[in-house]
Design a protein around this ligand. Structure first.
Ligand code: PTJ
Length: 249
């Protein structure tokens, strides 16, 4: 992580404070919604109980997600206001390594925020950012929340949706898309409907998916093994058990 805030690295809550600062700065820049602050707080509570680490089942999920992205006909990484504020460069890198498209797709959609996020991703090296055309629709959702690009999420067979709202995750699943979800709550509806629920902080998850993708690139057999060897139900159960047994030190 960059040192874009005055927090000494020795501080025991360094990573958490840096993350908060990024979300706050995201709100100030018009990237993150105010609801995003609340979502982050909720995520932090789960992360605290997980021990602020990538548990083994999450690592396996991250490897499976990398395999799905690499073997997709058309993979899209959906970017909302929290994801953009927390891991902009890391998302651009993941898209490059896997050949996935980046699409800005918002729960609380405004044209200004779409533009601000697309610009922020370009500042972090993205050459093509989708989400601005909005000529496709997810059936079963109200107008604003349903908007997608027809040649982006509309056309994708595999979609990575970090911190997604449950309704939309369900609706995307009903469209037949394979969903890879990053969500620290293993019992959120998004995690429940995902083919690959990644129960990990997006800050750790995205770079780790990229690392696995580098390892799996060009090896169809290893990609198949990562997908077939992954069991979503047991990953959710393992994360829930870890959280329930979490130590409030
Ligand atoms: O930018 P927009 O308009 O698309 O809005 C984005 C938010 C996140 C505000 C919107 O999608 C929302 O309200 O989401 P929810 O319903 O609060 O769900 C967010 C989920 O993400 C919760 O289950 C949190 O536990 C989880 N979460 C929060 N921060 C993190 C996280 N998961 C992984 N890493 C995090 N840093």
């Amino acid at each position: 992580m960059s040192d874009d805030v005055e927090v000494p690295q020795s501080h025991p809550r360094y990573e958490s404070l840096l993350t908060r600062h990024r979300i706050e700065a995201g709100v100030d820049r018009g990237i993150t919604s105010r609801q995003g602050l609340i979502a982050q707080g909720r995520g932090e509570a789960f992360d605290y109980l997980l021990g602020e680490r990538t548990i083994d089942s999450a690592d396996r999920a991250e490897r499976a997600a990398a395999a799905y992205l690499l073997s997709a006909d058309h993979a899209v990484i959906s970017v909302n206001g929290n994801a953009a504020a927390l891991v902009p460069g890391e998302l651009v890198e993941l898209a490059e390594v896997t050949g996935a498209d980046l699409e800005v797709n918002l729960f609380n959609r405004t044209e200004e925020r779409i533009e601000a996020i697309a610009e922020y991703l370009r500042e972090h090296g993205a050459s093509d950012v989708k989400g601005l055309t909005a000529d496709g629709r997810i059936p079963g959702l109200d107008h604003e929340r349903a908007k997608v690009d027809a040649d982006g999420i509309g056309d994708a067979d595999v979609v990575l949706v970090p911190l997604e709202d449950g309704d939309r995750a369900e609706a995307l699943g009903e469209m037949g898309k394979t969903e890879l979800v990053v969500d620290l709550n293993p019992r959120s509806r998004s995690a429940e409907v995902a083919a690959v629920p990644i129960v990990d902080n997006i800050i750790r998850a995205v770079p780790n998916v990229t690392e696995h993708a580098r390892d799996l690139r060009g090896d169809a057999e290893a990609q198949r093994a990562a997908i077939e060897g992954f069991d979503a139900d047991s990953a959710r159960a393992d994360a829930e058990r870890t959280i329930r047994e979490g130590d409030l030190e």
